[in-house]
Ligand binder design. Structure first.
Ligand code: TPP
Length: 670
């Protein structure tokens, strides 16, 4: 770990006002200290490393030049803003970054007045900042507003909508484009190419600043000044005549590209730009991972590296080969396997090839795999277009980012019931990335959409089988939601077999006798009636526990615990029966009818928002069909769930094993 005295400057910075007391020539050392501090901290308490290292000079220079928090800095995504957090009074709380009750993973006005807007999902900074610039203007406030957006985030459609609007309304917005040529993986697309090749020369920038200063020097221009500006503009055009500048073409004055890791120069540039009238874009080249060699060399891995040894750069992973694989690995391997068998299959990812493991297919079949940039809506519509003309796209989007594609799913895929397989990764609680990233809403949001099939696998075998099922002919638009992280089966490869759409299964039955006897029967020991195949004549009144997805494994644990717990006794014979619904849509009506006929109580458990989710679907179906058991729904509450470990958050939301067990026991006559 780093010696305490190595933080002699940042130790004294409790707010940007303290930063502004320093001399400009001290700022490089401030950046160096911030880097060491962040590397040290993240080595034991993981977070987003490489982006923050690369943006350190931007954070320091902006807070040095602008009068924050009165002036507004709007970060995009916010994963690059650790420098900003530390400078704005959160240094001492930084060890609690991303922890339950600690600092939020991304900037949020709920935490600090220096955080001006919700961050987490990419590409919203220009729109939000323009909104703030307009608010300032209409309220006659002299306030600088700055959007700070990466080249990756610049690939998102929302960024273009913002740019388009910026150019059409009078405003003084400054957009800082933090261009490191990286998204999480290598940045892709036409804009990326454009930015790579975008170059100017000294004459251009000198004249651009001069023109800006003239414009800013008064409201009305004299004829002489106007002519002068026209002459300058002509000179500028010839200075950049080798290429048309897209931003200039949109009436957004372009400055750059400059070295965004030179903090002294950056301060000079920002001082020149800050009071310049009209919309401006400052293009900075930065190095992702700057100042920490391992991160500079492998920015993708070091985007969010987990724990590591800060001295050697060795990452501390829990991979030991004996554990179940991540669902992502199973998805990636299975997709390639299926694509080898089915030539219609193509893969689509909006900027998450590594995170989703789409990179496995991408490596083997580059022509049939597409990273479309941070463009979830486009990813769905692009997939739908391919599906319309004969292909079978597997479009993989993180559940929370898929919120960006809601209408595309409805309008472009579902109405025509096109064979798009929408794989929603990171469904359910994601842990430390917090409120913006939990896959909380997909089930409730997608359930009302006609034509969709919506399924969730309980384990790796089920994921493989659902992926196989989804690509069979005639299945239409098919959603498969699965969580972040490891599954439960070490031996995860299994034959690829069809699962009949709309069928769940009974996983276990616990018979509890009034005399204290207990029998736990697992799926293999159960007869077909457990799945509702036959009537319910001889079934005692039961408690039915219904789950969807991997939380079913936890309920199976609970069933085992109840069977083994001597304290679990009943006054009358009772049965607890656990169903894995598998399909949210269509529902397994056979099972639900059986439950309606046999159960006096139903407990539903899901890792999505309770309102409108799987439990609601079960409740509605039972009510619609005249069954009136007590239905107790467990799921995420009607509020945004913060960050923390998944285990902590499950407890917070009442979907931990203990609460599930108590809820089931409360339904029994004890
Ligand atoms: N899609 C949305 C809507 N939001 C996201 N946060 C992501 C995907 C996942 N994501 C987080 S950071 C990132 C992506 C794709 C890359 C951002 O790249 P860039 O803006 O260039 O910032 P850098 O990390 O390079 O500094």
């Amino acid at each position: 770990m780093t010696d305490e005295k190595e933080f002699s400057l940042i130790d004294k910075i409790d707010s940007p006002a303290d930063l502004r007391k320093l001399r400009v020539d001290q700022l490089p050392e401030v950046c160096a200290e911030l880097r060491r501090f962040v590397v040290d901290q993240l080595s034991v308490n993981p977070g987003h490393l490489a982006s923050s290292l690369g943006a350190m000079e931007i954070a320091v220079a902006c807070h040095y030049v602008f009068n924050t928090p009165e002036d507004r800095l709007v970060w995009d995504v916010g994963h690059q803003a650790y420098g900003h957090k530390i400078l704005t009074g959160r240094r001492d709380r930084f060890p609690e970054n991303r922890k339950l009750g600690g600092l939020c993973p991304f900037p949020t006005p709920l935490e600090s007045e220096y955080d001006t807007f919700t961050c987490g999902h990419a590409s919203n900074s220009i729109s939000a900042a323009l909104g703030m610039a307009m608010a300032a203007k209409l309220q006659h406030k002299h306030r600088h507003v700055v959007a700070i957006i990466g080249d990756g985030a610049m690939s998102g459609g929302l960024a273009y909508e913002g740019l388009n609007n910026v150019s059409s309304k009078p405003n003084d917005l400054l957009i800082i484009l933090n261009d490191n040529d990286m998204s999480i993986d290598r940045a892709v697309g036409g804009m990326e190419q454009y930015l790579l090749n975008l170059d100017t020369n000294e004459t251009y920038n000198r004249l651009r600043f001069k023109a800006g200063r003239w414009l800013h020097s008064r409201g009305m221009l004299s004829d002489e000044r106007r002519k002068g500006i026209i002459r300058l503009n002509n000179a500028l055009k010839s200075a950049i005549s080798h290429q048309q500048n897209i931003f200039e073409g949109m009436n957004i004055r372009y400055f750059g590209p400059f070295d965004g890791n030179d903090v002294v120069d950056l301060v000079r540039i920002l001082r020149q730009l800050m009071d310049m009238r009209g919309p401006k874009l400052l293009h900075l080249h930065t190095v992702k991972g700057k100042g920490y060699k391992p991160a500079e060399q492998s920015a993708t891995i070091w985007h969010a590296p987990g724990k590591f040894d800060p001295k050697t750069g060795e990452r501390i992973t829990d991979d030991n080969g004996e554990q179940p694989p991540k669902y992502q690995t199973v998805f990636g391997e299975t997709l390639l396997e299926l694509a080898k068998q089915n030539p219609k299959i193509v893969g689509v990812t909006p900027a998450m090839p590594t995170g989703s493991s789409m990179c496995i297919m991408m490596k083997a079949m580059p022509d049939r795999t597409f990273d479309v940039g941070i463009a979830e809506g486009h990813a769905v519509t692009f997939s739908a277009g391919m599906a319309k003309d004969g292909l079978m796209p597997f479009c993989n989007i993180y559940s929370s980012f898929a919120q960006r594609a809601y209408d595309n799913i409805i309008h472009d895929a579902a109405i025509l019931n096109l064979p798009v397989v929408l794989c929603l990764d990171r469904a359910g609680l994601v842990g430390e990335d917090g409120a913006t990233h939990h896959g909380a809403f997909d089930m409730a949001a997608l359930r009302p959409i006609p034509n969709l099939t919506i399924a969730s696998p309980m384990d790796e075998h089920e994921l493989r089988r659902l992926m196989y099922t989804a690509q069979l002919p005639g299945k239409g638009t098919f959603v498969i939601r699965y969580p972040r992280g490891r599954g439960v089966l070490v031996d995860w490869r299994c034959p690829l077999e069809e699962i009949k759409v709309g069928t769940g299964r009974c996983l276990s039955r616990l018979a509890l006798k009034a005399d204290g006897g207990k029998i736990l029967s697992r799926r293999e020991q159960l007869t077909a009636d457990a799945d509702g195949a036959q009537g319910a004549d001889n079934q005692p009144k039961t408690t039915a526990v219904i789950t969807i997805g991997p939380i079913g494994n936890d309920v199976e644990e609970v069933m085992k615990e109840m069977a083994a717990d001597d304290a679990v006794t009943v006054g009358h014979d009772a049965v607890v029966q656990h169903y894995d619904l598998r399909f949210l849509k269509p529902l397994d009506e056979k099972i639900l009818r059986y439950v309606g006929e046999t159960a006096s109580a139903v407990v539903t458990v899901e890792d999505g928002i309770k309102e409108g989710g799987m439990g609601s679907a079960v409740l509605e179906w039972l009510d619609d069909h005249g069954y009136k058991p007590d239905v107790i729904r467990l799921g995420l509450p009607d509020k945004f769930v913060e960050q923390g470990s998944v285990a902590q958050l499950r407890q917070l939301c009442g979907i931990d094993n203990e609460n599930i067990k108590q809820t089931i026991l409360n339904t029994l006559d004890r």
